[in-house]
Each structure stands twice: as C-alpha cells, then as structure tokens.
Write a protein that binds this ligand. Sequence first.
Ligand code: 13P
Length: 287
Amino acid sequence: MVFRNILSRESNDIHLIISISYNLISYPTNQKEKTMRTKIIAGNWKMYKDINESAELLNSLKSKLAVLPNGVKAIVCPPFTSLALAKELLKGSPIALGAQNMYPEDEGAFTAEISPKMLRSVGCQYVILGHSERRQYFHESDEFINKKVKKALAAGLIPIICVGESLQEREKNITNLVVTTQITGCVQGIPASDIEKSIIAYEPVWAIGTGKVATPQQAQDVHKLIRELLAKLYSSSTAEKVTIQYGGSVKPENAKELLHQPDIDGALVGGACLKADSFTAIVQAAV
Ligand code: 13P
C-alpha cells in the first residue's frame, strides 16, 4: 500500500522512494530479532523469607515450574542467606538463581559485603544491581553501580541493571532525562558484547510496592526510549538484543498485557514472587 502511493508520485520524488523502501526492507529484520528475544521473569525476594520459608517457596516453585514455557526463562533472587540452599534445592530445575546485590571487589576487608566470586560459588548466574531501594536507602550512585556492573560481568554474572524515575520526577516530566542519565552512567565503558547479554530493568519508583502499576503504554514508551538510547550508545543491532524488563506492581492480573508490549521482554517481580502461585502465573503469562 505504502509502496503503491509512493510509486504514483512524480519522478523527482525518487529519493523518497529509495529511503522508504529501505525502511520496508530493514523493518522485518528488526521484527525478527525482536521476536527472538527470550522473555525473562525474575523474582526479587528482597528482605523476605528466612531459611525455612525459602525452602518452602523454592520446593513449591520447583514443582510448579518443573517445565518452563517455550521461550521463557525464570530466575529467583532470594536473600544472601538462602542462596546456598537455593543452589541445592534447584538442582535439576530450569529455574536460574540470582542475587540482589554484590560489592565490586574480588575480595578484601569489606566487612559484611559479598563478592561476585562468592555469588558464583553458590550457583548465581544473575545479580540485580542498582535497585531503586539501594539507590534510595544506601545512596548508590550510577558511578558505583557502573563499577558493580563491570565486576559482575568480569566474574561471569549477568547483571540486571535497574533504572526508574520517582513520582516527583514523572510529575516534573523528566522521566526520559532521569532514565537516560541513569543508563548512560551505568553502562559507561561497557563493550557492546557485554551489554548484549545484560538485562535492564525499568522500574518506576512510584509503581514499586504501591499497587500502582504503570499502564502498558506508559511502560512501553519508556522501554522504547531505552532501546533507542542503547541504539545511540551502541548500535541498533545491539539494542535489539538487550532484554528490558518492567518492574513495579507486576501481578498475574496485569502481567499478560505488559509482557506483550513490543519492547517489554520480561518482568522483575517483587511482592507477587513471594507466593509460588502468583510467580508461576506471571511466568505463564509471558507466552
Ligand atoms: P513490586 O512488584 O512489589 O512492586 O516490586 C517491584 C520490585 O521492586 C522488583 O525489583
């Protein structure tokens, strides 16, 4: 249709014909890459579940998610105290293990901190970095998070890099600026080959733990912005490979619509991951 309209124009519009037909050719390629992105659902347990409660939840998840839907990955991120147990209990399960934080040094006199190597040794493949609760309560800067991202990647961990604006920032209409600044700072000096395997989680702070989920369109708009930013910082082919999760009051009831937006490749789930039934339902909603 577009083509026919163009071809009926005067011949001095030849340049227009060439540029638009180029888009028509390149579009399906991007679409193909887009549909190939695996959906990744991660559960951030935050500071919930002691060792007994963790065992109960892990056993229940292991049986409910014995087989994951095609094209979907599931990750659990329990507190540090339950990671070794999780490694044992998840043996033979397709559910992967992640941590909620780490310190960006290999080892040393850093009382109470946990290194990337320690996380690897308890079976972690992923690590959440720069969660808004870490930024807010522990004053983590983009620069510090950037250091963590580099160390995580060097240790073979996949970082889940969290960004998102506060309510005040959204109301001031500076969401794009905030997210752009956070991502630019967090990925500084990281090569495309490492970014392509990393995960970015867009978590608007006003939607975390509040029950106020972003509308699918609000979330999609920021995810698109993030992908466009990655295309500028790297290339569109790199941007198309990056998994961008949405987080903030994701529940079984709203998961399907969110997860089927073109630039939403998964979810980082808080409250709803603490029950096996609701986490399982969100994983199922990804297909
Ligand atoms: P909720 O799903 O409880 O809003 O938490 C989201 C979150 O912070 C995940 O990291």
